[in-house]
Design a protein around this ligand. Structure first.
Ligand SMILES: [Zn+2]
Length: 678
């Protein structure tokens, strides 16, 4: 039987894909791709048509084949899948490095730029410029020995990063909490308690078993009335994969982190950068280490006083000093008292089907696209749904999967990923396909999935990434959708979309009681909206703690002193932490964004892009949040352009000026309108 991973169907054949297909498919794909690379590198008179286009096609094929594998590894993890996935990581890394380090292809691109440059369209020139930049960043032009060292460092990094993530997943799965008295679960919602009872029954024990998945963790530290339960969960969660906590030393990532930092620093050094942060900035919207740290300190300076005031008020409210594991609990209570809204009480008003149709309507009103569910597409789990997007004239634009619910062996968090990228090449065309993945509480027997408003915001966020990928008009895969977009600008569309999850008109549309259909009461809605700036100072300082920690870690690494992970963490905390954190907290050990993902020396991007998003949304507020003209300008200048133009230029074209940090401070309620005018 043919290997289902190698088919050229429009969508991956999820029903047929088995772990044993992975390695043979990847080997075959990479062999044929290498052969093709060899042919292309040998072309005597390289042109855009005979070298660049075929390379774009190759890139499309490789990511199209690998995408379902890495996706399944994340959402349906098993030993067999993990083994197949891991066996391919070094193969893929070696292939990408060979391609990225190809001297003949590098010279071919430069020749094409010289000979054809002026005759090419701007988007084609951008494809070449990106490629030439990336060749340099991959070590092209280095002496053979250094090039080999670079290649080794990259290969080891991809394995170490996978190991980091495995440790976190195992540590998360490797801890649970069993109670025999239901009173110990007081404060938790019925759905969670029911789930815990079923889990215990499944393990043939009496009582209730709580797992350490993200929704359970968040629910416990926010709602559980038992301080002992909150502390146990906080400790287990914040010491995952470390030398501390209930599973101390098991799945410990400490050495893995040190190895990752050492290799990143070495790789950057081989390319002539002083550190990994400088290397990372070579492809970012921000251009220097000072620009980033200056930006983070500016925000910290603006938010510190607000954060301290918020925490002092919270301790006043609690009537005592608060340890870290009690902060969420009292914050929730203070918020409830002040605004009389709670995330749990909002759930009945946000049934997923209604939220989805309201979200799709927002996309339709803004961008004129229509989204509808399509049945019959092969999916990896029965809960997964599939949707198509069409333009105003009914023309197909793309499609996406939604995998909404938490379940065992699915990575926690929420994300959007590329399933198929858009291409329009002489060798063929493809429409973009996306995965939207969330970890919401599943539906019950007689009720739909009910979301908290936090969940709603998450869904809008990921959908914003989805729109960036799906509404692209760029024909070349390397710079279409989210590809080739500067990392610090990539969160602009997602954070921009979050604004709609807070807008009164949208809340009216998506909020309706799942049984009675009654709308979210107006006063409750008004109070919910006013919660948006609740503890914005504390939240900002917490994000700045992560961002400064990550950035300094990569900017200050030295081979003599090593990563100094805990020392830098302490220094950053003494500068920006407002809530005291216990010495044994080891959040870096499960900080996947930075150690396993693409946010290394890039966590600041969240705040950076948040400023872009707040400032872009301010343009909508000035002209009406559903103003079609503004929406189309946003689509034309930013959303549809992928990596085909400089992120700052695109922003300036849309806004008529550079981004202004005050838009975000105003959105957070940290800066009043009076101060804004000053
Ligand atoms: Zn995001």
């Amino acid at each position: 039987m043919a290997n289902p991973l190698l088919g050229q169907e429009l969508l991956p054949q999820f029903l047929q894909i088995r772990a044993e297909h992975i390695e043979p498919a990847v080997r075959e794909l990479l062999d044929s791709s290498r052969a093709r690379l060899g042919e292309l590198a040998g072309i005597a008179k390289p042109t855009f048509a005979n070298v660049v286009e075929p390379l774009e096609e190759l890139q499309h094929r490789v990511s199209r084949t690998w995408s379902p594998v890495s996706h399944l590894n994340a959402v349906l993890n098993s030993d067999a899948l993990r083994a197949g996935y891991n066996a391919c990581l070094p193969l893929l890394s070696a292939y990408h490095t060979d391609l990225a380090q190809s001297e003949p292809l590098f010279h071919a691109y430069r020749t094409i730029a010289e000979r054809e440059g002026s005759a090419l369209a701007p988007v084609q020139r951008q494809v070449i410029e990106h490629a030439v930049r990336d060749f340099r960043l991959a070590g092209v032009g280095l002496p053979a020995e250094r090039k080999a060292e670079f290649k080794t460092a990259m290969l080891e990094l991809s394995q170490l990063q996978a190991k980091f993530e495995e440790n976190v997943l195992d540590a998360t799965n490797g801890w649970s909490w069993h109670v025999t008295e239901v009173g110990e679960l007081r404060g938790l919602n019925d759905m969670l308690i029911e789930q815990a009872r079923r889990r215990a029954a499944g393990q043939q024990v009496s009582g209730w078993t709580l797992a350490l998945d993200q929704p359970t963790y968040v629910a416990v530290v926010t709602d559980a009335e038992s301080p002992a339960l909150r502390r146990a969960f906080y400790e287990a969660w914040s010491t995952r994969a470390s030398d501390q906590g209930p599973n101390a030393g098991r799945w410990d990532n400490s050495a893995v982190m040190e190895d990752i930092l050492r290799r990143r620093h070495a790789a950057a050094g081989l390319l002539g950068f002083r550190n990994y942060a400088e290397y990372a900035l070579a492809t970012r919207m921000a251009h220097s280490v000072e620009e980033v740290t200056g930006f983070l300190h500016e925000l910290a300076g603006a938010a510190r006083a607000a954060a301290r005031k918020e925490f002092a008020e919270l301790e006043d409210f609690a009537g005592r000093r608060l340890p870290a594991w009690d902060v969420g609990f009292y914050a929730e209570r203070l918020q409830r008292e002040r605004y009389a809204v709670s995330q749990e009480e909002l759930r009945p008003y946000f049934p997923l089907p209604r939220v989805l149709s309201g979200l799709f309507e927002v996309a339709q009103r803004l961008f004129g696209v229509r989204i509808s569910e399509a049945h019959g597409a092969p999916v990896w789990h029965e809960d997964v749904r599939f949707f198509t997007i069409t333009g105003a004239g009914g023309n197909p634009i793309g499609s996406f999967y939604l995998d909404a619910y938490a379940r065992p062996h699915k990575r926690s968090g929420a994300w959007m990923d590329e399933c198929v990228g858009r291409k329009h090449l002489s060798s063929g065309a493809a429409l973009p396909v996306a995965y939207l993945v969330c970890n919401f509480l599943p539906p019950g027997n007689e009720r739909p999935a009910l979301l908290t408003h936090d969940d709603v915001v998450t869904l809008f966020h990921e959908f914003g990434h989805g729109l960036h990928h799906l509404l692209t008009r760029v024909d070349y895969p390397s710079i279409a959708g989210i590809n080739g977009v500067a990392w610090d600008a990539v969160e602009l569309p997602s954070q921009f979309m979050e604004n709609y999850a807070w807008h009164p008109e949208v809340l009216q549309r998506i909020g309706g009681h799942f049984i009675s259909g009654a709308p979210l009461p107006a006063d409750q809605q008004a109070r919910l909206i006013s919660t948006r700036s609740f503890h914005a100072g504390l939240a900002t300082m917490r994000q700045l703690e992560f961002a400064l920690f990550d950035f300094r870690l990569h900017a200050e690494y030295s081979p003599q002193a090593g990563g100094r992970v805990l020392q830098i963490l302490r220094e950053v905390r003494s500068e920006v932490a407002v809530v005291p954190v216990p010495e044994w907290n080891r959040f870096p050990n499960s900080f996947g964004h930075v150690f396993a993902g693409g946010y290394a020396a890039g966590y600041y991007s969240y705040k950076w892009a948040e400023v872009l998003a707040a400032d872009a949304f301010a343009a909508f507020e000035e002209s009406g949040v559903f103003d079609r003209g503004t929406a189309h300008r946003f689509l034309d200048t930013i959303l549809s352009r992928g990596g085909s133009r400089d992120a700052l230029e695109a922003f300036v074209e849309f806004r008529g000026r550079r981004p202004d940090v005050r838009a975000l401070l105003k959105q957070h309620g940290i800066l009043s309108s009076g101060e804004l005018a000053a």
